[in-house]
Design a protein. Sequence first.
Length: 215
Amino acid sequence: QDAIRSLMTKHDPILLYVSKLLEPDVASDAGALYAWCRRLDELVDDPAVSGDPATTVARIDEWRQRLDELWEGSPRDDLDAALLVTLRRNPSLGVQPFADMLQGMRSDAVRARRVETGVQYAYQVAGTVGLMLLPLLGVSEEEDVAAARGPAIALGQAAIQLINILRDARPDAALGRIYLPRDEMAERGVDEAAVLALQCTPAYRGLVAHTLEAE
Ligand SMILES: CC(C)=CCC/C(C)=C/CC/C(C)=C/CC/C(C)=C/COP(=O)(O)OP(=O)(O)O
């Protein structure tokens, strides 16, 4: 629990407050899921390997291997062991959202410069979080999951991913990366070169305003 708390304190302090609003078991399950996602993100975002897709991909594949071992009941460390407790407490939690998040990070890593985002990537790195949380929130019967799946993914995407993309658009562009949806950029006449040159054009402002309104 201490290791989970210190990850949250460092990266997402607001989640410490959110956790206090949850039942103790739910809070510790959410914390275990958080630690898995955050450690994966740290592997990928590590500045030491950010210019080296091959190393990043190797790390992601290693994390996938660890996930499989965890699913077979063999955690490699205390944080994995905490996740195993969570998996046992929430048997409807399937491997798919974890595998999908890994796939999203992998496809991000192999594209050296420009990442096409859109709905699929947003699902992979954020919508999946909504799916992971469903069983913790008491949604585990098959037909309930089917009904809640769409809203859960939408919540993850809207709450985490799109806000993140807009917040980080400038530093990402400075790194030669654009995570804005390509189809909407084209529709609104937002020029890729202008974004990379950090120009805040009226078309770009329009896209930001439209994205915020839509969510
Ligand atoms: C503890 C509670 C109440 C909920 C936990 C909810 C969960 C599982 C959250 C996991 C979020 C996470 C770390 C996802 C990994 C992928 C992702 C969208 C990372 C974004 O991280 P930021 O720190 O916002 O951005 P940087 O990667 O740029 O640092």
